[in-house]
Design a protein around this ligand. Sequence first.
Ligand SMILES: [Zn+2]
Length: 327
Amino acid sequence: MSINRRSFIGLSKGVIALAATTATTTALARKQETANPKFIGACPTASKEYSRRPGPTRVMIIGAHPDDADIHCGGMALRLIERGFKVKFVSLTDGRMGHHIHSPEKTAEVRRAETLEGARRMNLDGYDIYGYPDCGLYPTDEARKKVARKIREYQPDFIITHRMCDYHADHRATGQIVTVASYLLGVPHWCPEAPAQRRRPVIFYMTDPFTNPRPLRPDVVVGVDQYLEKLCDGVDAQASQIYEWLPWDAGYEAKVAALGDRSDIKARNAHIIKYMFGRKRADAKRFADVWKGRYPNLPLPKHMEVYEVSEYGRAPTEKDLKLFSGM
Ligand SMILES: [Zn+2]
């Protein structure tokens, strides 16, 4: 089936308006509406007829900095890996601004080594740093093409990235780069050095607390309590951030000093859980009613990760959502 790619995608009051130019596209969109009414605004070129490549399900978690994927999505990553998925973390920037003492060059070097160690501890399928300057990431044509090339090469089934209303300019730029690239992944003459990807990935947004223009929609909620210990071990590899930069930035260095040489793993983990996973606790409270409504027979987790389906990726079927969430 051919899809006319000259469809125009416009945005109006937060709802995607689709002006399809062929009966084929219209029929396809209608089919998706029937199959999954919740995601009727999703990319109209999503098509179930394009078969996926063989092998394990692959997930790319694309953050702006070399700790975003770990801290915000680490529980989900470990859940997926446990179920046989391949999970790759990506940081678009080199993280060079993430220290108050080291030079930017030194920080970038330290953080690259830390991500490799974190990837080893969490059994990731790699942790790639694309090297854009920290606090200087923009949605340029070059960045868009680079990210699209990498996505086409890895062929992920699912992508997780930032929303475009996050506090950090690099996070906003990352969300924009990834979601803008998503439609273009299937356009053969755009960025032709990597073959176009006809079966586009489903894209999810990682959680954030922001409300303007609207709060995150909890399309997928998962409990991650049972993964916290292993996640602490992975996050501990980002020592320059967990024990140096972030405490300095937020003013709790004294709490880190009390940990000493961090040989007390129980105390170390308690520190990481307290200071790094507050969002997971906040989300467990914020979305408790959602959880109880969907899973009335399961206990309410203390730590939760929450994901929203992006309208710019492939429209997920119920099977996709079950595969991703494992619920
Ligand atoms: Zn970040």
